[in-house]
Write a protein that binds this ligand. Sequence first.
Ligand code: HPA
Length: 245
Amino acid sequence: MNALAIIGGTGLTRLPGLKRTGEASSETPFGTASAPVIKGLMAGREVFFMARHGDPHRIPPHRVNYRANLWALKEAGADEILAVNAVGGIHPAMGVGHFCVPHQLIDYTWGRHSTFFEDDLDEVTHIDFTHPYDEGLRQRLIGVLARVGVAHSAYGVYAATQGPRLETAAEISLLERDGCDIVGMTGMPEAALARELQLPYASLSLVVNPAAGKGKGVITMADIEKVMESGMEQARAVINAMVAG
Ligand code: HPA
């Protein structure tokens, strides 16, 4: 059976349902990962966990060593990756507390190490990224969301922004005109690096705030944290159900 790896984002630095059996080094040829890979068992199945921002949460999105995180997971034996991402909602359907399993993304990040194919190459390599998420993994996730009874959208375009600041209202209008439905800071280069390592990858995105200009007033961390608690509880239930098959 495939070994599933979870990359936990803000609000998900640990997986309490994971019976820990060991951990793998965070050292890689691309530097140090955010945290050691936690190895464990869930429903009798081998599962790996990586805290994207470290445990405790301390690495901002633009400073995460995405290459080291992905490399460490692959080295540990992960076969597929489910990323959990907190996002802002742009499309009216993406209300606070809603889940989205994006099918597309647009990358607005800059200055991040976004490829393994950089130095000491035998030949220049361009991965196909037409469909950035793995459709099989996406469909399994969507099936589980429906089974568990969690409100979700099976499609959405994820805008990956640089952060760490949130966007201006005009920037969100631009992303909306570009066709983006949700916005987050960690979706890229993670998805592309997973593809480079030939690891099927999908995202479970939780809307934790209306994107800038889409709600009433300003966005506060206190409001985000309130949603995060209950939302990540649901995310854990989804992960449990996904692992149990
Ligand atoms: N913008 C970008 N990233 C985010 C947001 C947002 O509104 N909410 C959570 N992550």
